[in-house]
Design a protein around this ligand. Sequence first.
Ligand SMILES: Nc1ncnc2c1ncn2[C@@H]1O[C@H](COP(=O)(O)OP(=O)(O)O)[C@@H](O)[C@H]1O
Ligand SMILES: [Mg+2]
Length: 233
Amino acid sequence: MELLYEGKAKKVYATDIKNVLRIEYKNSATAFNGVKKDVIEGKGILNNLFSSYFFDLLRKEGIESHFLQKISDTEQLVTQVTIIPLEVIVRNVAAGTLAKRIGVEEGHIMKFPVIELCYKRDDLGDPMLNDDHIIALDIATFDELKELKQKALRINEVLIAYFKNFNLDLIDFKIEFGKTADGEILLADEVSPDTCRLWDATTKQKFDKDVFRRDIAPLRETYQALADKLGIS
Ligand SMILES: Nc1ncnc2c1ncn2[C@@H]1O[C@H](COP(=O)(O)OP(=O)(O)O)[C@@H](O)[C@H]1O
Ligand SMILES: [Mg+2]
């Protein structure tokens, strides 16, 4: 079937079912807006595994998403949406660009989960927007923005509680939402260690893409260790 879009981490294909797409998770790893890249055998399998698992987990907690079914090691079927071009970021602990931007130590605990909204535009380096920009530029309406934030905070609660069972702290994550043909807003894209930061609560060991970004440890082994820890296979 027709390849509709190839991104940095996934390929998106049409299917013969109306409003259903096939997503293939690739073995490529990228960081810093594509400046650092590598091919990592087995990464697609692991991220398809994680993403399918987390979409299932979130659905059990009442959070609907585009996820329909895992159909192979590297592929899943999803509901087609029109992606709202925002990266919705939730930060429980300062790390990465936030720590750098405001000059706090990585690991500084935020008083409450802080939401950041970035314009999904690789050509502009995904600039941060405020609510006024988003509404004034028709990227989302006031009500949609409210819904995105509510959903993001609920997802944060569910994931924090889940990871706590494994002595892991959810530092931050990035999600994307899309609108279905009926106008419903669904969590879309992926939920994986590519799109979050996870630290061992005791040792602060990283179980996310920072091991690749910063050349700390091999990515595949790190993701496999996370899958083993969570009992996902
Ligand atoms: N259900 C969906 N319907 C349509 N597009 C989607 C859906 N889920 C994810 N996408 C889009 O698929 C593209 C491919 O993903 P990815 O490789 O992660 O891209 P990127 O390089 O933009 O991060 C992204 O633009 C993402 O927003
Ligand atoms: Mg992506």
